[in-house]
Design a protein around this ligand. Structure first.
Ligand code: ADP
Length: 190
């Protein structure tokens, strides 16, 4: 199996690039943000609980997120592999993913980080908010809080994967096609 973690701060382009990687390698794309938003739209219990955190730009608690991710992976028993977009976001989530994949006799192949500096992220997210109407993209305070959560809780995962020799980092600024090619190159690097 090819199991990829696409990593980066809010607005780094994970969603766009994940779709391309999914199609190129024939993977299942799992975006925790998309799953939470679908649940919010459908007014499920999970959606109601997640919404209270997402609206403030905070991470949804690990217990809820890990359970959700595991049940999504279990829906795809015949998959060639997965692209995880927006998961793991804490060390606890990364440890849970390792254990869960080990039980399935597989593992994370590589984690690829998209690097984009903060002011560019804020510009991109505010533009996306105008187009999509996503509430957490329309308020600069909430956006800054998400970036702060990323720096505090998610960025340490780079060392987690570096210690396993699975970490690759690429420049996330440039033409979309050019970034996709950088990603393919990083994924296929031995
Ligand atoms: P972005 O990467 O632009 O922040 P996402 O759609 O990935 O957008 O995430 C939106 C929100 O969903 C996050 O701000 C967070 O509240 C919640 N979320 C998504 N994935 C996770 C996760 N793995 N752990 C905790 N919260 C998450």
């Amino acid at each position: 199996m090819l199991n990829l973690v696409l990593f980066g701060p809010p607005g780094a382009g994970k969603g766009t690039q994940s779709e391309r990687i999914r199609d190129h390698y024939g993977l299942i794309h799992l975006s925790t943000g998309d799953i939470f938003r679908a649940n919010i739209k459908g007014e499920t219990e999970l959606g109601k609980e997640a919404k209270s955190y997402i609206d403030k730009g905070e991470l949804v608690p690990d217990s809820l997120t890990i359970k959700l991710l595991e049940s999504e992976v279990d829906k795809h028993q015949d998959a060639n592999g997965f692209i995880f977009d927006g998961f793991p976001r804490t060390v606890h989530q990364a440890e849970a993913l390792d254990k869960f994949l080990a039980r399935k006799q597989t593992e994370v192949t590589k984690m690829v980080a998209l690097e984009v500096e903060e002011e560019e992220l804020i510009k991109r997210l505010l533009a996306r908010g105008k187009e999509s109407g996503r509430a957490d993209d329309q308020n600069e305070g909430i956006i800054r809080n998400r970036i702060e959560e990323y720096q505090k809780k998610t960025a340490p995962l780079k060392d987690y994967y570096r210690n396993q020799d699975k970490f690759e980092s690429i420049d996330g600024v440039g033409e979309i096609d050019e970034i996709t090619n950088r990603l393919y190159h990083a994924i296929e690097k031995k």
